[in-house]
Design a protein around this ligand. Structure first.
Ligand code: ADP
Ligand code: MG
Length: 618
């Protein structure tokens, strides 16, 4: 048989390698920003068009490249950063694989202009899919400008696989944040489709964090510093009372490189233990400096994961350092997170009249006396020691007692046929004032004709609100309450961007917006079903549910909005509901189009019929 093995041509090998390095526009941004930093730039500008699908350009004032280096930089495994394997254990640069430019050039149109300080002219190179189109001298500033156009032009499958511009831009901004936070002394600017997204002057770490996350961040930060033999820790944690319910801004940098490390993240969470509300996550900006020989950066192709020689000690040091900082800066929980939810009024029942429960005491009661059974028609049952004989008479009075307040034992009587309630839903209720009970402040139990129904209050309320919101958003008939003073909320510009895209939907639920200016959102009206203090929570949940993505189509946008708002507005497990609220919830649930599942498809109620009960009592 003839030999069949051949070496792949370079451009094919590069394209294959590109699959690993270049997954999306954000990967290009990361590689190019890192190259600019490795080149010693003090000022870096990122220009993006169409979320990087059309153009990603980085202009730096770093050391530039000679004519030959400019050409060489696009070869695979061409790097100026390491010369031997030993260098791998003492890395001081971001890059070292010499793969990025070769990979990028394999899947895009690249335009490079670069000049080193002591040369009068620079070099201009154009490459399309690994093929050099031009290389000529040119006039350009010291430093490098590298433009990447039409990413994946030669791999349509990849190009089609890219997400919407919002998502891709979000990824780019994330990478930009990471690099900009790692190097506060370098000046950065970012533009998208001609608009300025960030303008970050050179400064200290705190100024950089504030530059990115907005002026309000300043008062939220607690400094962290520690120096030990194995690690130096610097940075900030965000005060617990500003922790985000569902997302945190969590940044770890090791030797100025952004990393993800669940184990160290756990160390931080452990330091915050007891200070954070349920589900909330600590936010932090932590900078660890360690001896480069004690870490291994090489285990992940995109290099956000690294291995430490002594993770256990790092964990312990990090945890105690942060605990100490929180203690030193007197960070006690300002909000009472352990508050007893039973004492809260569920928001939708706030304005309801509270009935004073009637308690009747039998002053003549003597437990040692042998009392005769109560008379028929007594106004309220009172406790009496069950007489050994004639005990069945004890409950007679109950039949005539209306079940107000929910604390009485009522049972289904034959005469009432239950057609007062939502027969179409198939759950006929036994009685008009059917008795409902709350179990563990979580489940509502009610009788139905065939037996009983157990409802998960949180999920059920989500379903009710979800359908109501969907209706409001589509029919546009919601009512809003005007706020006396506009509510001004602070967001980062990217968060604002997401909210603005949902403006119309939000307005249809009853929100009225005022000015949307840099990093602030003014709200002048809110849905009647919300209280002012709940608005930030609703927005926070919404931002977290969007997960960097505003759905493109109208319907899924409406759906996301309704689901998210329903989630944050619904009564929670742990909230006590009074009788009226319970009845209301039960009735509204069975008036829903799809009462049996929550908006995220989880069971809202289960039923148990008489036969099942009978079986259990066998
Ligand atoms: P790596 O960064 O791993 O060395 P790259 O493919 O990213 O590999 O870059 C190859 C080489 O090109 C770098 O080692 C560096 O010498 C040079 N280079 C790339 N970008 C720049 C830049 N912005 N300024 C100066 N030199 C650069
Ligand atoms: Mg590089």
């Amino acid at each position: 048989m003839a030999d069949i093995i051949k070496l792949l041509p370079d451009h094919v090998a590069n394209q294959i390698a590109a699959g690993e390095v270049v997954q999306r526009p954000a990967s290009v941004v990361k590689e190019l920003l890192e190259n600019a930093i490795d080149a010693g730039a003090t000022s870096i500008k990122l220009i993006v068009k169409d979320a990087g699908k059309t153009l990603i350009q980085i202009i730096d004032n770093g050391k530039g490249m000679s004519e030959t280096d400019a050409r060489m930089s696009f070869e695979r495994h061409a790097t100026s950063k390491i010369t031997s394997a030993a260098d791998l254990f003492n890395l001081n640069t971001k890059g070292f694989r010499g793969e990025a430019l070769a990979s990028i050039a394999a899947v895009a149109h690249v335009d490079l202009k670069t000049r080193v300080q002591d040369q009068e002219v620079g070099t201009h190179i154009e490459i399309e899919g690994s093929r050099i189109i031009t290389q000529e001298p040119c006039a350009t500033l010291t430093g490098t400008s590298l433009a990447v156009k039409n990413l994946f032009f030669n791999i349509p499958a990849r190009r089609n696989f890219l997400k919407s511009n919002n998502v891709e831009l979000r990824h780019i901004i994330d990478e930009f944040h990471r690099v900009a936070l790692a190097h506060p002394q370098i000046q950065f600017a970012m533009f998208h489709n001609e608009g300025e997204v960030f303008q970050l002057p050179s400064g200290n770490l705190k100024q950089r964090i504030v530059g990115i996350f907005g002026g309000k961040t300043k008062e939220k930060l607690v400094p962290v510093t520690e120096e030990t033999d194995i690690v130096t820790i610097q940075g900030f944690v965000v005060k617990p009372e500003f922790s985000k319910k569902t997302r945190g801004d969590q940044f770890f940098f090791v030797n100025d490189r952004f990393i993800k490390n669940p184990y160290l993240n756990h160390a931080v969470s452990a330091a915050f233990e007891g200070l954070l509300p349920d589900r909330a996550r600590a936010s932090y900006f932590l900078y660890l400096t360690v001896d480069p020989s004690t870490i291994d950066i090489n285990i992940h192709p995109t290099k956000t994961e690294i291995k430490f020689d002594d993770e256990h000690s790092l964990y312990a040091i990090l945890r105690s350092t942060i605990k100490h900082s929180l203690g030193q800066f007197n960070i006690a929980p300002v909000l009472d997170f352990d508050r007893d939810a039973n004492l809260d009024t569920p928001y939708s029942y706030k304005d309801k009249y509270a009935h004073t429960p009637k308690v009747e005491v039998d002053r003549n009661f003597n437990p040692f006396e042998n009392v005769p059974p109560p008379k028929k028609g007594a106004s309220m049952p009172t406790y009496t020691k069950p007489p050994v004989e004639g005990w069945e008479h004890m409950y007679e009075g109950l039949k005539t007692v209306p079940s107000e307040g929910g604390s009485n034992v009522t049972y289904e009587s034959e005469e009432v046929t239950g057609d007062l309630f939502q027969k179409e839903a198939g759950y006929a209720f036994a009685k008009a004032e059917s008795s409902t009970y709350q179990l563990n402040n979580k489940y509502i139990i009610s009788t139905i004709k065939s037996g009983m129904v157990i409802i998960d209050q949180h999920r059920a309320h989500q379903r009710i609100l979800y359908e109501e919101l969907l209706r409001n958003i589509t029919v546009k008939e919601s009512v809003s309450q005007q706020l006396l003073f506009p509510l001004v909320l602070n967001y980062t510009s990217s968060e604002l961007g997401l909210l603005v895209q949902l403006k119309e939907g939000l307005e249809n639920t009853g929100f009225v917006f005022g000015k949307v200016a840099n990093e602030t959102l003014e709200i002048t009206g809110i849905p009647t079903s919300l209280s002012e203090s709940e608005v930030p929570i609703v927005m926070e949940q919404l931002l977290s549910d969007l997960e960097n993505e505003v759905p493109d189509t109208g319907f899924s946008q409406t759906d996301t909005l309704a689901k998210s708002m329903a989630k944050s507005m619904a009564v929670k497990a742990g909230e006590t509901l009074d009788g009226v609220s319970r009845e209301h919830l039960v009735n509204s649930l069975f008036a829903c189009k799809e009462p049996s599942v929550s908006p995220d498809n989880r069971t809202t109620f289960i039923t148990m019929n008489a036969e099942e009960l009978d079986r259990k009592f066998k």
